[in-house]
Design a protein around this ligand. Structure first.
Ligand code: CP
Ligand code: NVA
Length: 307
């Protein structure tokens, strides 16, 4: 049994399969063709943090595969009343076929997975957001072809998204140019689990404009992630120069695309001109969450499928 707790849980070969499977699933969806590979299967979705895209994409996706979903939050379940995570895992996984969790520390999802009878998917932790990067890579490929050998500029917080980009670059053969304010750097040990990454898979830049030079994809995220709200005021000051604007997009390649996992704050991490401009692919990126996650859920439950 496989779990999907971080991007590095799968091999490059598994990503080849998943990305092409997601393209097939998307095509069928667009043609209104039925694709009921998970009939009678149930996905439990556990949210300890807010969500729009993750909830809608998993819930709609599971219904489209012929299955059903159960939605739990900390506020309306015993999870918020200190039932041990191990006991919750044992119980929930006896009644459902698959579990998606959005929570705080990565160790929580790992403990859940260790006591689960069914595959567990990371729907965002403080450390990683693998489903989002899977969608981002799928979106890049749709717009520009293979991501191998390309340059992704990360402008902003060294957060869950940044860590996951690093794992993806290590595995799939591209480079991330990372520029964060000082004190908010990516943590190499965390991203690579203490292993030595592929040389050149990421490069650190102090100046965000330098990081964008020659990039094929420019991407950013909120200055204050969920769970860090108490630091908001101090972050607003620290991140003021890490706003993706037209000058940064012009430093990138002429055909560079802009991505943001959303929700976005126009005027903070990105200008309205960029996110609403011609290089932005953020709406495709959001939609693609659903298509890649349908491929992911199928894969975790049924393995590779031929049709
Ligand atoms: N990008 C993303 O995960 O969005 P939500 O927080 O709305 O799920
Ligand atoms: N880094 C953000 C992503 C939200 C989808 C957060 O963790 O809040």
């Amino acid at each position: 049994m496989k779990h999907y707790l971080q991007f590095s849980d799968f091999t490059a070969e598994e990503y080849d399969y998943l990305l092409s499977r997601a393209a097939l699933i998307k095509k069928k969806f667009k043609n209104y063709e039925k694709h009921h590979t998970l009939t009678d299967r149930t996905l439990a979705m556990i949210f300890e943090k807010a969500s729009t895209r993750t909830r809608v994409s998993f819930e709609a996706g599971m219904y489209q595969l012929g299955g059903s979903v159960v939605h739990l939050t900390t506020g309306d379940s015993q999870l918020g009343r200190s039932e041990p995570i191990e006991d919750s895992a044992r119980v929930i996984s006896r009644m459902t076929d698959l579990v998606m969790i959005r929570t705080f520390g990565q160790e929580k999802i790992e403990r859940f997975a260790a006591h689960s009878r069914v595959p567990v998917i990371n729907g965002l932790t403080n450390e990683f957001h693998p489903c989002q990067i899977l969608a981002d890579i799928f979106t890049f490929i749709e717009h520009r072809g293979s991501i191998a050998g390309k340059v992704v500029a990360w402008v902003g917080d060294g957060n869950n998204m940044a860590n996951t980009w690093l794992q993806a670059a290590d595995l799939l053969g591209f480079t991330v140019h990372v520029s964060t304010p000082s004190g908010y750097e990516v943590d190499e040990k965390l991203a690579f689990g203490g292993k030595t990454p592929r040389p050149g898979c990421y490069k650190v830049f102090q100046d965000p404009l330098e990081a964008c030079k020659g990039a094929d994809l420019v991407t950013t995220d909120v200055w204050t992630s969920m769970g860090y709200e108490a630091e908001n005021e101090i972050r607003m000051k620290a991140f003021a120069d890490w706003c993706v604007d037209q000058e940064m997009m012009q430093a990138a390649k002429p055909d560079a695309v802009f991505m943001h996992c959303l929700p976005a704050h126009r005027g903070e991490e990105v200008t309205a001109e960029v996110i609403d401009g011609p290089q932005s692919v953020v709406w495709d990126e959001a939609e693609n969450r659903m298509h890649v996650q349908k491929a992911l859920m199928e894969y975790l439950l049924l393995g590779k499928l031929a049709d």
